[in-house]
Design a protein around this ligand. Structure first.
Ligand SMILES: Nc1ncnc2c1ncn2[C@@H]1O[C@H](COP(=O)(O)OP(=O)(O)OP(=O)(O)O)[C@@H](O)[C@H]1O
Ligand SMILES: [Mg+2]
Length: 221
């Protein structure tokens, strides 16, 4: 009933008709508004593609995708970014921090994109919670991979999104740090009735989720 993400027979192809590659083949699934779901599967199976579609950063070739009940397939770029802004926090596989902004400024930028101002203290608190109190004013290039990842997660959470899409959020962390990062993500989702969709290669993390979606060759198995 209260599905936050609903895929119905969604296909995604790249290339033109002559050399079309079907990356996702008519997949259907639904994620409830407080569910924590992991997406697992081999490299190249289509996991990141699902994240890109759910966030409206890629257009489905066929099918229907609903975010909190609203169809997003066929929306214009401006409408998609509105849906994203209102509903979704994304943690990308390769962070995409803005290189010439400090850790704190990267998080603040996310607030400003949502027309939220004067929340510097909140951003500082979140970064502190993530163990980055001494790194707030550093540029991404001055941070370790794990620290950059924590900034990227803080940036996704600062707007209190109802849906978090995270592509390998612990890919660059050692096992102790990755456990504590996952604890933070799980705490947040439980506290705020948020759904979390997390791509992971780590089976111990996948097992902690409410449900596992396994994808192989662009299909759910
Ligand atoms: N822009 C693109 N143009 C053409 N093919 C693409 C494009 N992006 C992804 N693909 C192809 O789509 C398939 C699925 O890619 P995707 O990134 O979703 O895989 P993944 O499951 O996330 O893999 P990994 O675990 O390595 O991150 C791959 O075969 C990839 O080469
Ligand atoms: Mg990927």
């Amino acid at each position: 009933m209260n599905a936050s993400i609903q895929f119905n027979n969604v296909s995604l192809s790249y290339g033109d008709i002559a050399d079309e590659v079907e990356v996702l083949k008519s997949i259907s699934f639904s994620i409830d508004s407080n569910e924590v779901v992991s997406i697992v599967g081999p490299s190249g199976s289509g996991k990141t593609s699902i994240i890109m579609l759910a966030s409206g950063l890629e257009n489905a070739t066929k099918g229907s995708i609903k975010i909190n009940g609203d169809e997003i397939v066929g929306l214009k770029e401006k409408e998609l970014s509105e849906v994203r802004r209102k509903n979704i926090g994304i943690v990308f596989q390769s962070f995409y921090l803005i290189p010439n902004l400090t850790a704190l400024e990267n998080v603040l930028l996310s607030l400003e994109a949502n027309q939220q101002y004067g929340l510097e203290k909140d951003a500082e608190n979140l970064l502190t919670e993530f163990g980055l109190s001494h790194r707030m004013h550093h540029l991404p290039s001055e941070l370790s991979g794990g620290e950059q990842q924590r900034v990227a997660i803080a940036r996704a959470l600062i707007n209190k999104p109802k849906i978090i899409l995270a592509d390998e959020p612990t890919g660059n962390l050692d096992s102790a740090n990755s456990e504590s990062m996952i604890d933070l993500l799980f705490d947040y989702t439980k506290k705020s009735n948020t759904s979390l969709v997390m791509v992971t290669h780590d089976s111990s993390i996948a097992k902690r989720c409410d449900r596992i979606i396994e994808i192989r060759d662009g299909q759910i198995v």
